[in-house]
Design a protein around this ligand. Structure first.
Ligand SMILES: Cc1cc2nc3c(=O)[nH]c(=O)nc-3n(C[C@H](O)[C@H](O)[C@H](O)COP(=O)(O)OP(=O)(O)OC[C@H]3O[C@@H](n4cnc5c(N)ncnc54)[C@H](O)[C@@H]3O)c2cc1C
Length: 550
C-alpha cells in the first residue's frame, strides 16, 4: 500500500502514529479498519522499551482483588500526586485491556489446576497488595511486542514505516494558518537520508520515555524523549519531568549497557556490597536490601559518590549453585556471557534511569494542548503515576490510553478535515557536517552531567551547575542543527538536550523531596501536593538560528 503523493517526499494518512511500542501498536489496531494509518518507528520495528519489559502488566483479574485495592496501591506509590481520575480510569479499564491482548494471542503464563482447567498465573510486585501482574514468563514485553506487530503487519489499512525518525511536528501555527491543528510531521528516512513530509489529520505521539538522558539506563538507545521534545517545540505543556525512576541494579559492564539484575535476586537473599566486600544497606534502612527501590537506589548512589567509585556489587554467590541456576537461568546465563559467574562472585552494578513519570500533558482521551495531536504511553503525562510509578502500571497505561485515544479519534471522524498545502523540508541553506565529533562529544557530556548533577540525589548547587551546562549545549546544538544536514544522532542529541532542560527546569521548581525527587536542600515534603507544569509560552526560549524547515 502506498499513500505517497506524486511528489516523492510527501505522503498522506488519516492517522500518523509516531512510535511502534505497546502504545502505538495498540492504538493502530483499535482504529477503524477503513482508516489509513501510518506507524513510524525510528529503528527496526520491534525496538523500544516494550520489547525489554520483563515483569508484566498489572490489572485486577481475580475475585479476591478489587479496583479499590489497585487504586489505593497506585495512590500510595504516587506520593500524593496521582490524579485520582486517571488512576480510576486506568484501573477500571484494565481487565478489558488484558482480555483484548489475550484475544490477540499474547501468550500469558497460566496455571493448570487439578480439574484440568487453566487460569492466568499472576505475580505480585513491589507496592501491589494483591497478585495482579499478568506476564508471559520473564519476557512479557517481547511476547506483547511480537504479537501486536504481527497483527499490525497483517492489517491492510496500516502502513508500518521503520527506520523513519520524526524530526518535528507540523502545525497550523507554524504554517501561519488561522488554526493550530496538528497537520503531520517531518521525518528522516534513515535508509536514504531523505526528509519526508508525513501529512495526517490526526497525529499521535507514542514515542516512549527519555531515560537515555542519563549515563546509565535500563532503556534501549532510542529512549531519547523525542516525542516530549517535539511536543514542547510545537507548544505543548509538559509536567513532572523531575520524577525519573531509577532501577537500583543494572549490570555494570561496557557491553551490557541496559541489562537489569532483577529485584528478585535481592528478594532471594542477594547482598549489596561496597568494593571492599562490606554490606551497607542496613545503615540506610532497617529492611536492608529489601527496602523500596528508591531508597536502595539512593543508598547506592550515596556510597558511590562518597567513595568516588564507578560501581558497587551485588552478591548471591553464598546461595547454592543449583538454586541460582534454577531460579535465575536468564540472568545467570547473561552474566556468564560477560565473564561473571554469579555462583562464585559478585556482579558489578550501578543504578540506572528506568522510567519517565512526567511527559506531555494529556487527558483521558490522549488529547494534548494542540488540536488533533495526541500523546500516549511513556511519553505522556496522564497523572497516573504521580511522584513514583508503581511496577507494571506503565504497560497497562499504554494499552488503556491507546484504546481510549482510538475511540476518541473514531468519534471525531464526523468533522471533515481538509488537506493543507505543506512545503517540503528545505535543506537549501545547510551543508554536510565537517565536525561530527561535536555530536558524539555533546552526547557523552550531557548524559554524564545529568547523571552527576540531576540524578538520584539532587541539590540546588548541582542543579545550577547542570543548568549552566545545558544552556551552553542547547546553544551549541542549535547552531549545529541550523547549519548542517540532519542525522539521526543529531536529532536525538537535540531532543536529549531539550529533555534535559525540561527535567532541570522542573527539578528547580520543586522545593521539597517527594517520591522520586530527592534533594538535600529541601528534605521535607510540602503539605500541599502540586504537579510541576511548564509551558513553552512562559519559558524563555533560546534565540537560535534555524535554517531548516519552514
Ligand atoms: C528493561 C525494562 C523493563 C521494564 N519492565 C516493565 C514491566 O515489567 N512492566 C511494565 O508495566 N513496564 C515495564 N517497563 C516500562 C515499559 O516497558 C515502558 O514504559 C513501555 O513499554 C513504553 O511503551 P511505549 O509504547 O510508550 O514506548 P516504547 O515501547 O519505548 O516504544 C517507543 C517507540 O517510539 C519510536 N520512536 C521514538 N522516537 C521516535 C521518533 N523520533 N520517530 C519515530 N519513532 C520514534 C521507537 O522507535 C519505538 O517504536 C520496563 C522498561 C524497561 C526498559
Amino acid at each position: 500500500m502506498s499513500n505517497k503523493l506524486n511528489n516523492r517526499q510527501t505522503s498522506r494518512h488519516e492517522v500518523l502514529i509516531i512510535g511502534g511500542g505497546a502504545a502505538g501498536l495498540s492504538l493502530a489496531l483499535n482504529l477503524p479498519t477503513d482508516m489509513k494509518v501510518a506507524v513510524i518507528t525510528k529503528d527496526r520495528d520491534s525496538e523500544g522499551s516494550t520489547y525489554y519489559a520483563q515483569g508484566g502488566i498489572s490489572a485486577v483479574l481475580r475475585a479476591d482483588d478489587s479496583f479499590d485495592s489497585h487504586i489505593q496501591d497506585t495512590l500510595n506509590a504516587g506520593g500524593g500526586l496521582c490524579d485520582e481520575k486517571a488512576v480510576q480510569f486506568t484501573v477500571e479499564n484494565g481487565p478489558e485491556a488484558i482480555n483484548w491482548l489475550a484475544d490477540l494471542g499474547v501468550p500469558f503464563s497460566t496455571d493448570k489446576h487439578k480439574n484440568g482447567k487453566k487460569s492466568w498465573h499472576l505475580t505480585r510486585e513491589g507496592g501491589h497488595s494483591h497478585r495482579r501482574v499478568i506476564h508471559a514468563a520473564d519476557a512479557t514485553g517481547k511476547a506483547l511486542q511480537t504479537t501486536l506487530l504481527n497483527h499490525v503487519k497483517h492489517s491492510s489499512n496500516i502502513e508500518l514505516l521503520d527506520h523513519h525518525i520524526a524530526i518535528d511536528l507540523i502545525t497550523g501555527e507554524k504554517l501561519g494558518l488561522d488554526h493550530n491543528r496538528c497537520l503531520g510531521a517531518y521525518a528522516l528516512n534513515k535508509s536514504n537520508m531523505q526528509v519526508e513530509t508525513l501529512q495526517a489529520h490526526y497525529v499521535v505521539l507514542a514515542s516512549g520515555g527519555a531515560s537515555k538522558v542519563y549515563l546509565y539506563t535500563s532503556n534501549p538507545d532510542g529512549s531519547t524523549g523525542d516525542g516530549i521534545a517535539m511536543a514542547w517545540r510545537a507548544g505543548c505543556r509538559v509536567s513532572n519531568m523531575e520524577f525519573m525512576q531509577f532501577h537500583p541494579t543494572c549490570l555494570y559492564h561496557p557491553d551490557a549497557k541496559s541489562f537489569l539484575l532483577s529485584e528478585a535476586l535481592r528478594g532471594e537473599g542477594a547482598h549489596l556490597l561496597l568494593p571492599d566486600g562490606t554490606r551497607f544497606m542496613h545503615k540506610f534502612d532497617e529492611r536492608g536490601e529489601l527496602a523500596p527501590r528508591d531508597i536502595v537506589a539512593r543508598a547506592i548512589d550515596h556510597e558511590m559518590k562518597r567513595l568516588g567509585v564507578d560501581c558497587l556489587y551485588l552478591d548471591i554467590s553464598h546461595k547454592p549453585a543449583a538454586f541460582i541456576h534454577s531460579h535465575f537461568p536468564t540472568i545467570y546465563a547473561k552474566c556468564l556471557e560477560y565473564g561473571i559467574d554469579l555462583t562464585r562472585e559478585p556482579a558489578p552494578i550501578v543504578p540506572a534511569a528506568h522510567y519517565t513519570c512526567g511527559g506531555i500533558i494529556s487527558d483521558l482521551h490522549g488529547r494534548t494542548d494542540i488540536v488533533n495531536l495526541y500523546a500516549i504511553g511513556e511519553t505522556a503525562f496522564t497523572g497516573l503515576h504521580g511522584a513514583n510509578r508503581m511496577a507494571s502500571n506503565s504497560l497497562l497505561e499504554c494499552i488503556v490510553f491507546a484504546r481510549a485515544t482510538a475511540k476518541h479519534i473514531e468519534q471525531s471522524l464526523n468533522t471533515p478535515l481538509q488537506w493543507c498545502l505543506i512545503n517540503d523540508w528545505d535543506e537549501s541553506q545547510v551543508t554536510n557536517s565537517d565536525e561530527e565529533v561535536v555530536v558524539s562529544h555533546n552526547w557523552d557530556e550531557l548524559r554524564r552531567f545529568m547523571w552527576d548533577y540531576v540524578g538520584i540525589v539532587r541539590t540546588d548547587k548541582r542543579l545550577q551547575r547542570a543548568r549552566r551546562r545545558v544552556d551552553l549545549l542547547l546553544l551549541e546544538i542549535d547552531e549545529y542543527y541550523g547549519n548542517f544536514h540532519v542525522s539521526s544522532d543529531l536529532l536525538e542529541l537535540r531532543n536529549l538536550a531539550t529533555v534535559a532542560d525540561l527535567i532541570i527546569r522542573c527539578a528547580m521548581q520543586r522545593k521539597e523531596s517527594r517520591g522520586l525527587h530527592y534533594t538535600l536542600d529541601y528534605l521535607q515534603q510540602n503539605e500541599k501536593a502540586e504537579n510541576t507544569v511548564i509551558s513553552p509560552e512562559t519559558a524563555s526560549i533560546n534565540n537560535t538560528t534555524n535554517n531548516q524547515a519552514p
